[in-house]
Design a protein around this ligand. Structure first.
Ligand SMILES: Nc1ncnc2c1ncn2[C@@H]1O[C@H](COP(=O)(O)OP(=O)(O)OP(=O)(O)O)[C@@H](O)[C@H]1O
Ligand SMILES: [Mg+2]
Length: 505
């Protein structure tokens, strides 16, 4: 019987020790760590493992308890037998008759005949008969009547140095306790022995039966638990598998599939999240497709115009010069669209703006000087914020030039255009105010999108609709916003508001 139990050092199914993933860009991407064992098997494995440990502990403890109880019962029975014999021997008279005991053999005879041994119990009075032979008197339970202990067994009991022990007999293992009887005439060598014994096999086999039954029940419970956990884990993980399969089926061409969400648990939440991610992805792909369509369309128009002019071009040198001028115009327009598109593509990269601490008054007067060169208008510098802002001066200038170009396109020569900047507690603003026709109602919401031109349109009709998209991209890259204020027929104010310390951590 082990006296130490449950030192579980079982390997956890599929788990490997985790190491910090030190991955430098120079290193090749390592193979993915972690287990390949399916989650369902892992869940069942863990449950079976824990249950096995628990049930094994219970079985071992019960077995230990049962065997100890048997030992205690047997030992106290044997001790009581020898105690009774000692009392009988000490009295020296038979309590039943009051007669004096004649000799050792008589002592055994009288004592044993008054005893009623328990089941599997045997009481012996033994006398040495010389040359390794013994005379013995035996009192045993009914079930042991046929059992006769031979001289060999008896000699092993009486010659043992200690007064208790176990010995193997033909009837199984015998646990014994010995009382040495000294000769009456004197002498310290015992020549007779009283032995109480107990055949423990039967009691042990009863305990074994109990333990075996318990073990079988445990096994059945284990198998049941494994089965149930397999089914339940399968049900719980089914939506995860659906998500996985749906993800595997997704292609750029077909982002329309969605997962059916059932229940309200965290797995349902996962499916829900996945669906909204798909929504966003689908919208992003749609926007990109639309963008490519529009870009293609915008670029095709100048190509068509150039080709048309070239095909119809005659020999008249004046006409030729005119065609060259028109074609060059169109090619310039194309080049401008391509530049704008490249700029917008770049706006999606993280280093699109490189903010630095910039003096707002200096930046505003630089912008003022630059826009005045665009076209002859009644330019005026309306306001100037005092202080520094953490912005990308080049990109801010680029945005303001776009706004100024729009203002020029929507006004007559000599019309008033005001530019300005201001600093608030948290933000810095830049704006351009013109005295043109203003925006048509409802245009505010959409004119900042790519390739969108308003109802009023540019005066010369050559705009591609990318200018305000660029302004918005620059504002967003600074974590800022665009602003527009317009009344039809009363001019418009376009501007943007950036956080003062936008690019700073
Ligand atoms: N100052 C303004 N006054 C009135 N309408 C304007 C003004 N600025 C822009 N808009 C409207 O917003 C639309 C979009 O402007 P945006 O700058 O994006 O494109 P665009 O000027 O037409 O072309 P691009 O700037 O690419 O050459 C314009 O077509 C116009 O209808
Ligand atoms: Mg423009």
């Amino acid at each position: 019987m082990p006296d130490v139990f449950v030192t579980q050092e079982n390997p956890v199914p599929g788990e490997r020790p985790t190491e910090p993933a030190a991955k430098t860009p120079a290193q090749k991407p390592r193979r993915q760590r972690g287990t390949r064992i399916p989650a369902r098997v892992q869940i069942m494995g863990w449950l079976v493992l824990v249950m096995t440990a628990g049930l094994a502990t219970v079985v071992v403890l019960v077995a230990e308890f049962e065997y100890r109880a048997i030992d205690q019962r047997v030992n106290s029975g044997l001790a009581q037998d020898s105690q009774e014999f000692r009392q009988f021997a000490a009295a020296g008279t038979d309590p039943a008759t009051g007669e004096a005991v004649a000799d050792t053999w008589d002592l055994f005879d009288r004592h044993l005949s008054s005893q009623y041994p328990d089941r599997a119990e045997v009481l012996l009075g033994i006398e040495a008969a010389g040359e390794g032979n013994f005379n013995s008197l035996q009192q045993a339970d009914e079930s042991l009547r046929h059992v006769q202990l031979d001289d060999q067994v008896l000699s092993r009991i009486v010659e043992a140095p200690q007064t208790s022990g176990t010995v193997d007999t033909t009837a199984g293992e015998l646990r014994w306790l010995r009382v040495d009887v000294l000769p009456r005439g004197g002498g310290d060598q015992p020549n007779a022995w009283f032995v109480s014994g107990y055949f423990v096999d039967e009691a042990r086999s009863e305990a074994n039966d109990t333990v075996r039954t318990l073990a079988v029940i445990s096994m059945v419970a284990l198998v049941l638990a494994a089965g149930v956990s397999w089914i339940v884990a399968g049900q719980i993980l089914a939506p995860v598998n659906t998500v996985r399969k749906a993800a595997a089926r997704l292609t750029e061409a077909d982002l329309t599939r969605r997962i059916r969400v059932q229940g309200r648990d965290d797995i349902a939440a996962l499916a829900d999240q996945f669906n909204s991610m798909l929504d966003r992805l689908e919208r992003a792909f749609d926007t990109r497709r639309q963008f490519l369509d529009d870009a293609g369309h915008e670029l095709r128009t100048p190509i068509t115009i150039v080709r048309g002019h070239l095909e119809l071009m005659g020999d008249d040198p004046e006409e030729r010069a005119e065609v060259v001028r028109l074609c060059t115009d169109e090619l310039d327009r194309m080049a401008r669209i391509v530049d704008d598109l490249l700029l917008l593509a770049k706006a999606e990269q993280p280093d699109f703006v490189r903010p630095e601490w910039t003096s707002v008054p200096e930046l505003t007067s630089d912008i003022d000087a630059k826009v005045r060169a665009i076209a002859p208008r009644a330019w005026s510098l309306e306001a100037m914020g005092e202080g520094d802002a953490h912005v990308d001066a080049q990109r801010v200038t680029q945005a303001m030039v776009q706004l100024a170009q729009n203002a020029v396109q929507h006004t007559q020569p000599g019309a008033a255009i005001r530019i300005g900047s201001s600093i608030g507690p948290e933000t810095v603003s830049f704006w351009v105010t013109d005295s043109g026709p203003g925006l048509s109602p409802g245009d505010e919401a959409r004119i900042f999108d790519r390739f969108v031109r308003g109802e009023s349109g540019a005066r010369d009709g050559t705009g591609a609709g990318l200018g305000l998209a660029i302004v918005k991209a620059i504002a967003v890259a600074h974590h800022g916003e665009v602003r527009v204020l317009s009344q039809p027929g009363q001019g418009a104010t376009f501007g943007f508001e950036l956080p003062l310390r936008g690019g700073e951590e």
